[in-house]
Design a protein around this ligand. Structure first.
Ligand SMILES: CC(C)(COP(=O)(O)OP(=O)(O)OC[C@H]1O[C@@H](n2cnc3c(N)ncnc32)[C@H](O)[C@@H]1OP(=O)(O)O)[C@@H](O)C(=O)NCCC(=O)NCCS
Length: 158
């Protein structure tokens, strides 16, 4: 059931002041989260860093990089209480438009094999599996085990 509507959420460039909220979402979304330094590096490297801002503040973010005509989605996450309300779709639309306008014609990414929600989201955006990287991610309580990465790819259109 949809409790809230984020149809009015705005998608903006990530500002350094958003980092505490973004880090909070990242830590609640990923078993091996990016550090504050990782986000700062993304900002200084010129990666496309977007946040979704709802009535109560930042509710999601996405980070992508562009190399010639290829874009790579590095991270996307929505705070657990705001999922399945179209927030990631809003981030995706803005990201795709900006990347396409800057020359991207294909988008690729890696996702944990166990992450069915994210894979379903990417399929809903038109991506398909393009490969697999064996034992790519650390997994398990102390990162001692390994998990395959599923590679996904899709054409970018405006
Ligand atoms: C993946 C994620 C970003 C999706 O965010 P979201 O805001 O909930 O996604 P949306 O509401 O925009 O979903 C758009 C569509 O994607 C698909 N989808 C999203 N989550 C899904 C799920 N859990 N199960 C099945 N389909 C799903 C649906 O088709 C959905 O449309 P619908 O709600 O009308 O059925 C979110 O689950 C998340 O933050 N997960 C943790 C972080 C993560 O795994 N990031 C990806 C790392 S590679």
């Amino acid at each position: 059931m949809r409790h809230l509507s984020f149809s009015t959420a705005t998608i903006e460039l990530l500002h350094i002041d958003d980092l505490p909220a973004v880090l909070d979402i990242e830590r609640r979304s990923n078993s091996h989260p990016w550090t504050e330094r990782n986000f700062q590096d993304a900002l200084t490297s010129g990666y496309l860093c977007l946040v979704a801002r709802g009535e109560t503040g930042v509710c999601g973010f996405a980070i992508a990089r562009l190399l010639l005509d290829e874009a790579e989605l590095l991270l996307i996450a929505v705070s657990p209480e705001c999922r399945r309300q179209g927030v990631a779709a809003l981030l995706w639309n803005e990201m795709s438009e900006r990347l396409h306008n800057n020359g991207a014609r294909v988008l690729h990414l890696e996702v944990r094999e166990s992450n069915a929600s994210a894979q379903a989201f990417y399929v809903s955006r038109g991506l398909a599996q393009s490969g697999r990287r064996k034992r790519y991610y650390p997994s398990g309580a102390h990162g001692a085990e390994r998990e395959d990465a599923i590679l996904m790819q899709g054409a970018m259109s405006q």
